[in-house]
Design a protein around this ligand. Structure first.
Ligand SMILES: Nc1ncnc2c1ncn2[C@@H]1O[C@H](COP(=O)(O)OP(=O)(O)OP(=O)(O)O)[C@@H](O)[C@H]1O
Length: 251
């Protein structure tokens, strides 16, 4: 195989380190991580509380900066990117969903989803079309005029997912997206993540829940700031159909 045939990874982290300096002793959250994510992968990062999973995800999305190490996105180094550059790239290339949805409470569902498209410079018509497509895919078309506070947790997280995907980012980062949901909401959101992955979306999911991690096709076990294990899920059908554990969750 020639060099030109080797695919450029979507994400490539080398030796990234992050220590938090808060009130007490420094927290060595990420202690030197090498990680490559190819286009189309669904990677779950799992591990106990405090292992450094969220910090790792924040580093991958530029919400925090590594103290050392390097991170390439689509083959391009992010070293030296300013806040403004990261904000721009998060609008264009990286969608993020968080545990607590972070929707704008005084905007309708439709406006929440359209906003990042308009901020990225899309024409109003195009933003509306993309919003309608996503809300329909996510089973939320009847909620377009609702306010976030009128929706269930699972519905709010699906709106957050639509918002994260409205600019068709190459990478979707999800930080405990089911962490505040009941089992029905968890099932809905995980089913949607698996569906987007089947349609080619690259996803990095952080979860402390091994059952949810089994929806991915690669599971990274994170422990004490380091990758303890990195495994393709044996026997998992391709493209993240491994939802058995999630779908068995009781209400
Ligand atoms: N902003 C911060 N300031 C100081 N310490 C922090 C900060 N963020 C995280 N930490 C510490 O860094 C370590 C890793 O935290 P992190 O949130 O990345 O872990 P996690 O695996 O995501 O945990 P959880 O599953 O509980 O969310 C912990 O010791 C945490 O207390």
């Amino acid at each position: 195989m020639t060099d030109s045939a080797i695919p450029v990874p979507l994400l490539h982290a080398e030796g990234i380190v992050k220590t938090h300096h808060g009130e007490g002793a420094p927290a060595h959250a990420v202690r030197g991580v090498d990680l490559t994510v190819q286009r189309g992968e669904f990677v779950a990062v799992t591990g106990p509380s405090g292992a450094g999973k969220s910090t790792l995800l924040h580093l991958l999305g530029g919400l925090q900066r590594p103290d050392s190490g390097s991170l390439r996105l689509d083959g391009e180094t992010t070293d030296g990117w300013t806040e403004a550059r990261w904000a721009l790239e998060r609008r264009r290339r990286i969608g993020i969903v968080f545990q607590f949805f972070n929707l704008v409470s005084n905007l309708t569902v439709a406006d929440n989803v359209e906003l990042p498209a308009l901020l990225a410079g899309a024409a109003a018509k195009q933003a509306r079309a993309e919003r309608e497509k996503l809300l329909t895919e996510l089973g939320l078309e009847s909620k377009a005029r609702s306010m976030p506070g009128e929706l269930s947790g699972g519905e709010q997280q699906r709106v957050a997912l639509a918002r994260a995907l409205v600019n068709q980012p190459r990478l979707l980062l999800a930080d405990e997206p089911a962490g505040s949901l009941d089992s029905k909401g968890t099932r809905e959101v995980m089913r949607q993540l698996a569906g987007f992955h089947q349609r080619g979306q690259t996803i990095v999911l952080v979860t402390h829940d091994a059952r949810l991690a089994s929806a991915a096709d690669r599971v990274i076990s994170f422990f004490d700031g380091r990758i303890a294990d990195d495994a393709e899920l044996a026997g998992t059908p391709p493209r993240g159909n491994g939802l058995t554990g999630v779908l068995e969750l009781k209400d």
